[in-house]
Write a protein that binds this ligand. Structure first.
Ligand code: XBP
Ligand code: MG
Length: 251
């Protein structure tokens, strides 16, 4: 029996990467006097690695052979990441990043039906709280019984650990939950935790491999803007993802 809906955040609840995280990283780089600048295309490549600190290290290792690391490089990355989080949460506070189509509608319906809501993300906890507060509702964070985020587990997605941790907190088994993801790293994590997973793609992830997904959709859909289903088993299907649709997919 379905008891909980577990959501990824970046790319799934909102399109945060291109116009949120990316410019926040760039502002932090400027602040630190670095000539690092991540354009939209480069950022797509950097998304191969989840986690902001991990992503900066990956960039230096793979794209900046010219950069001479200071002795305290790890501390510098941590400081950069702190600055980036400040820029990002300020942008969220200015109401900059709306939720994706159908997200609020589905969350509201699930709540009305007494289902549990949870978050499983690699991003920093305060980023999630600020997004939910400003883009969902002032009490948005309280809608979620568990917010599993950031460094709470050492191994970030695609490792399944963050989903496993969220389910442990809820005392639920994978067959009592469903996950919502937008990326290959995300679905590898959720499938690794034995969760049935619905995928809503975005511009950065549309070419990813979503083998094993319950359904792959453009988005969750609104009545006046239905989703389009993209996976082979339901190609061409249009509609809105509501609880009846979710239950039908699980049956
Ligand atoms: C999200 C991420 C995050 C953000 C940056 O992945 O990859 O790293 O881009 O967040 P997912 P921080 O959607 O799979 O959770 O800078 O706060 O780490
Ligand atoms: Mg994501």
């Amino acid at each position: 029996m379905l008891k909980a809906l577990l959501f990824d955040v970046d790319g799934t609840l909102a399109d945060t990467e291109r116009d949120g995280h990316r410019p926040a990283f760039n502002l932090a780089f400027k602040e630190f006097g670095l000539d690092w600048d991540w354009d939209v295309a480069l950022y797509g490549q950097l998304l191969a690695v989840t986690g902001g600190k991990e992503r900066m290290k990956y960039y230096v290792e793979n794209f900046r052979p010219d950069y001479v690391k200071p002795a305290d490089f790890d501390a510098m990355v941590a400081a950069l990441h702190k600055a980036k989080t400040a820029h990002y949460t300020r942008m969220l506070g200015q109401g900059g990043i709306p939720l994706r189509p159908g997200v609020k509608r589905l969350l509201m319906e699930a709540r009305e039906q007494g289902l549990i809501l949870g978050v499983a993300t690699t991003t920093t906890p305060e980023n999630v709280i600020e997004l939910l507060r400003h883009s969902l509702a002032p009490d948005g964070p309280d809608w979620f019984q568990v917010i599993a985020a950031g460094d709470i587990v050492p191994a970030k997605k695609p490792a399944p650990d963050i989903y496993v941790w969220a389910m442990q907190q809820l005392g639920l088994a994978p067959d009592e939950c469903i996950a919502f993801e937008d990326s290959e790293n995300g679905i590898r994590s959720s499938l690794g935790a034995n969760l049935r997973t619905v995928v809503t793609i975005n511009d950065y992830t549309r070419e990813h491999d979503f083998s094993g997904a319950l359904a792959v959709l453009t988005d969750l859909g609104e009545p006046d803007q239905p989703y389009q289903r993209l996976d082979a088993s339901g190609k061409g299907e249009r509609g809105v993802v509501d609880m009846a649709r979710v239950q039908a997919w699980l049956a």
